[in-house]
Design a protein around this ligand. Structure first.
Ligand SMILES: Nc1ncnc2c1ncn2[C@@H]1O[C@H](COP(=O)(O)OP(=O)(O)OP(=O)(O)O)[C@@H](O)[C@H]1O
Length: 331
């Protein structure tokens, strides 16, 4: 179990993290989401031991991670941190970069482990290439293999696919997260990308201005986001008064509705006027206004024209699910 407790952390006089408390079970995969500057990287750096906290503690089981004021070389041996800048040896080959971190006590399996890791990062064909001749995305993959070569018990990933193109990103994710799960590695991934989070993280922590505002199972958090900020980290979202959606409703509350949750009708529902239609590949994302003022986003299979009038409907089931969110919490 990883236990994180940070009363506060500041860079000089800028308060960046406040009242952070959470635990991660052994082998669990957790995502950290939050807008840029909310403190995700800082939190990972503190956990790894790169930054010192005055009031707080990080424990992995019974072991305390002591931080830079106590360790000559910052960082704990059982934990690895894949930062946004990759710390590679540019003038040596990909396989040498990986091999450098394989255990000297397992020389006989070096070749096999190197191949396994090269396969995982899909760079078998580049084994003999010097790292300086690789693209940014390829270097990020080598950095990933290097941290995995060290067989950490806890892995901290900071935007792990930030430099990698979409095509490779998807197959890498499909390789990497199940591999980490199978090895029983505890993972914390800071990411802006819902595709890193929704399929793979069992739980998600939402950071807003240095505070954890949500700590919940990922699926539940997506299906019933407790506030607009949380939902918007997964893409466009609308905050709509229930009375606008169902004129007979007597509730003075708003609900969060994702663009794909609207059904379009030519006749009845919430009347909107289309302003823009953006091609998204599998669908169009439309920007529209209600009563010429409230802006709203909804999906359609066909392109709509500026000025088109359509009627939108949301199922009662969706509205009810969103209304189940604890009373008193603002949606
Ligand atoms: N070394 C530093 N010195 C001073 N301030 C810093 C330093 N590193 C980060 N900050 C500030 O701390 C705040 C949190 O930064 P951090 O990098 O942790 O956010 P983040 O959520 O990881 O952002 P991003 O998603 O853009 O990577 C920001 O306001 C940032 O400007």
């Amino acid at each position: 179990m990883l236990k994180v407790h940070i009363d506060s952390f500041s860079y000089q006089d800028q308060l960046v993290l406040e009242d952070i408390r959470f635990q991660v079970a052994k082998g669990e995969h957790i995502a950290l989401m939050g807008e840029s500057g909310s403190g995700k990287s800082t939190l990972l750096k503190i956990i790894y031991g790169l930054l010192h906290v005055e009031n707080g503690s990080i424990f992995w089981g019974e072991k305390e991670a002591l931080g830079p004021n106590f360790n000559l070389v910052p960082g704990e041996s059982y934990m690895k941190y894949l930062s946004q800048d990759f710390d590679l040896m540019p003038y040596t080959t990909v396989e040498e970069n990986i091999g450098q971190y394989l255990s000297v006590f397992q020389i006989e399996t070096h070749q096999q482990r190197t191949q396994e890791l090269l396969g995982l990062i899909q760079l078998e064909a580049f084994a003999k290439t010097k790292v300086k001749n690789l693209s940014g995305g390829q270097q990020q993959r080598v950095a990933l293999a290097r941290v995995l070569a060290q067989e950490p018990e806890v892995l901290l990933l900071d935007e792990p696919f930030g430099h990698i193109d979409n095509f490779k990103r998807n197959s890498l994710r499909r390789n990497l997260f199940p591999y980490l799960k199978e090895k029983g590695i505890t993972v914390l991934t800071a990411s802006h990308d819902p595709n890193d989070v929704l399929p793979y993280a069992e739980r998600t922590l939402i950071l807003e201005k240095g505070k954890i505002i949500v700590n919940q199972k990922t699926k539940k958090l997506y299906k019933t986001p407790p506030n607009y900020y949380t939902a918007s980290l997964f893409g466009e979202v609308n905050k709509i008064p229930v009375k606008l959606l169902k004129s007979y409703a007597k509730i003075d509350r708003s609900v969060l509705i994702y663009p794909h949750e609207f059904q379009i009708s030519d006749e009845s529902g919430l009347k909107v006027c289309v302003k823009n239609s953006f091609f998204k590949g599998s669908h169009f994302l439309n920007e529209a206004t209600v009563n010429e003022e409230t802006v709203l986003y909804f999906n359609s299979t066909k392109r709509l024209k500026e000025g088109d009038i359509v009627f939108l409907n949301v199922s009662l089931e969706t509205i009810n699910t969103r209304l189940q969110i604890e009373q008193g919490k603002d949606t």
